[in-house]
Ligand binder design. Structure first.
Ligand SMILES: *[C@@H]1O[C@H](CO)[C@@H](O)[C@H](O)[C@H]1NC(C)=O
Length: 349
């Protein structure tokens, strides 16, 4: 008997050693807007909420969580892909504690932006306040794990930063204030300056593995197509152009930061082209509808306008690139995560 069992035990030991010595990310920590907000806005007074049906109808248990989606967001899938939990809890959610947050947490707030004037529009959490919450989190983590272990979590975590969409679609192109003071190029530069300061700030707090996600083709979001008066339901080219230019500047800023800050790895996660492919060649990916979201007419509804009484909501969101007029469906989020995961693993494991 022993002669048969022993090689197996030996084999299992080898596997155990191989997996324990494998590099890991300790946690997935998200900053930004609705693309990463897993429920923080439920706990602040704002209209930018989604903790009601039909949001979350394809989430485990069919529960609306405050995610702006029918299901999970891309950070949830990325966390799972790194062998961490499949659901990233929201920092303000009292159902979770620091022991949950030790392996992943989101500070994201739907409708926020780099620009304080953007977060002011719907009274959501500004980026600087997300950083304040992150500092508070670090204190709680140190109290919970001790300094040494807490520092390992902080420096070993993967930070997913997804922000900037609302600075353009809600703020710059939505209300006149910034447009009357900045050209779109000047506004991009203003936002890039804030992005650089933000990275420097969380670097000084101990973050080392950062992924800044690009803007998507904003002009092809259903809500933007709805506003296209000249060519009804076509993408708004000026929004796409603004996003592409911003992405080019962000990419350059990321390269500079990686070079100048010792020990910091920042990755520019470009999802623009992938989304553009989904939107222009939907059938290649099994999608049937791109011009409108699943919720309601799909032309305008998001947040409180996408609610249990909204008529015409589609029966199968899997066929839609967008869940509501601004936010990708769960299937799109999964496709984005699947595309980014190998790149993130290559960078950070
Ligand atoms: C945003 O507001 C915070 C808090 O008032 C302030 O510290 C920060 O400098 C502001 N950011 C910009 C870019 O003005």
């Amino acid at each position: 008997m022993a002669s048969i069992i022993t090689p197996w035990i030996f084999f299992i030991q080898i596997l155990a050693i191989a997996s324990s010595s494998e590099a890991k990310v300790s946690a997935v920590i998200a900053f930004g807007d609705s693309f990463v907000d897993t429920g923080n806005n439920n706990y602040i007074p704002t209209l930018a909420k989604s903790n009601f049906d039909p949001y979350g109808r394809d989430f485990p248990g069919g529960t609306p969580t405050g995610r702006f989606c029918n299901g999970r967001l891309h950070p949830d899938f990325i966390s799972e892909g790194f062998g961490l939990k499949p659901i990233i809890p929201a920092y303000l959610d009292p159902k979770f504690s620091i022991s949950d947050f030790a392996t992943g947490v989101s500070f994201g707030s739907a409708s926020t932006g780099y620009d304080n004037a953007t977060s002011d529009l719907l009274k959501v959490i500004p980026l600087w306040k997300e950083v304040e919450y992150y500092k508070e989190y670090q204190e709680k983590l140190r109290a919970h794990l001790g300094d040494k272990k807490a520092n390992e979590v902080i420096s070993g975590a993967l930070y997913l930063i997804n922000i900037g969409t609302n600075d353009f679609i809600l703020n710059y192109f939505g209300v006149p204030r910034r447009r009357s003071h900045f050209t779109v190029q000047q506004y991009q530069d203003f936002l890039i300056g804030i992005a650089e300061n933000f990275v420097k700030q969380i670097y000084s707090l101990g973050a080392r593995k950062l992924s800044l996600i690009s803007l998507l083709p904003l002009g092809c979001f259903p809500v933007e197509r709805t506003m296209n008066i000249k060519k009804p339901l076509d993408c708004l080219e000026d929004r796409n152009k603004a996003a592409l230019e911003f992405n080019g500047k962000l990419k350059a800023a990321v390269a500079k930061l990686s070079k100048n800050l010792p020990g910091l790895k920042v990755f520019f996660a470009d999802a623009y082209e992938l989304l553009f492919q989904l939107i222009t060649r939907p059938s290649n990916y099994g999608f049937e509808v791109v011009e409108k979201g699943c919720c309601g007419t799909g032309l305008l509804e998001t947040a409180v306008l996408c609610n249990p009484h909204t008529p015409f909501t589609c029966p199968d969101a899997e066929k839609y690139v967008f869940w509501d007029s601004i936010h990708p469906s769960q299937r799109t989020n999964k496709i984005v995560a699947d595309e980014l995961l190998p790149l993130l693993k290559q960078q950070f494991l």
